[in-house]
Ligand binder design. Structure first.
Ligand SMILES: NC(=O)c1ccc[n+]([C@@H]2O[C@H](COP(=O)([O-])OP(=O)(O)OC[C@H]3O[C@@H](n4cnc5c(N)ncnc54)[C@H](OP(=O)(O)O)[C@@H]3O)[C@@H](O)[C@H]2O)c1
Length: 238
């Protein structure tokens, strides 16, 4: 199978590229790094692809169309653990653009060239949680989640996998500056990589997040708010 990993130079994406190569897939990836992390082992490495630069989104869309993978996996993320009171118009715009507009643009380029293909959205268990300081991160993931569902009505043959991982041992915590991460035990990214490679459509989440899924889907918001305030009060004491 031909797989294209967006954000394959570091974090979960890098683990996924490694796992896909080991499984014998044809792999292409993009990275904001100037160097090829896999030293020519992949079928295509789009290096220096900094997706904060609008021109680079077009370059990457062309690369995805050129490779025409059976599967596209979107791993990129750029976020900061920061209360809304400290956000500015610029920081909000940058985060929403990178985490929502850019993946939607890439997904759109892929769906148009491979309407029979498969697309994986790396979402998060934040879709089933409220974590003060991650309001923008959650808003972005919820938006992508809705987009991933809606897209399947426009491209009925497209397979879509929505992955909601919990904490993983990557650079994410350091990159976001989230000091409270120790309260969510982190999993090895290789475990999630193996799961992601095993299926190309549907929904994937950690069993331990099911109670949160039920809470946010079934309880009235007023009750959710009280429960999450208790949970985060307890977590902050740890
Ligand atoms: N780790 C967790 O605890 C956790 C929990 C829930 C969900 N997730 C989700 O899982 C996915 C992977 O996260 P991760 O743990 O790998 O995060 P990470 O370690 O912070 O990695 C950041 C990712 O974004 C890409 N990236 C960063 N800056 C970029 C830029 N300027 N241009 C293009 N790409 C850029 C990186 O690729 P390059 O370095 O190759 O550019 C890398 O794939 C994300 O969608 C994240 O929201 C992670």
């Amino acid at each position: 199978m031909k797989i294209f990993v967006v954000g394959g130079g570091s974090g979960f994406g890098c683990t996924l590229v490694r796992a896909a190569l080991a499984a014998g897939h044809q792999v292409a990836y993009s990275t904001s790094s100037a160097t090829d992390a896999f030293d020519g082992q992949t079928d295509l490495a789009v290096t220096g692809c900094d997706l904060t630069q609008s021109g680079q989104v077009d370059v990457l869309s062309d690369a995805i169309r050129g490779f025409a993978p059976d599967r596209l996996v979107l791993c990129m993320i750029k976020t900061h653990y920061r209360p809304m009171a400290e956000q500015t118009a610029t920081s909000i715009d940058e985060e929403v653009t990178f985490n929502v507009a850019v993946p939607i643009t890439l997904a759109n380029a892929y769906a148009a060239c491979r309407p029979d293909g498969s697309m994986t959205f790396m979402l998060s268990h934040i879709c089933f949680l409220y974590n003060p300081g991650f309001a923008l991160y959650k808003a972005g993931k919820d938006a992508l989640d809705s987009f991933a569902k809606s897209l399947q009505f426009e491209y009925p043959r497209l397979k879509v996998l929505r992955v909601y991982p919990g904490a993983m041992r990557t650079g994410f915590v350091t990159n976001t500056g989230y000091a409270g991460a120790k309260v969510f035990p982190a999993a090895e990214p290789a475990l999630w990589a193996a799961r992601v490679l095993s299926r190309d459509s549907g929904v994937m989440m950690a069993v331990r997040d099911i109670p949160f899924l039920i809470m946010t889907r079934l309880l009235p918001f007023r009750l959710q708010k009280i429960l999450f305030q208790i949970i985060f009060g307890l977590l902050r004491r740890k």
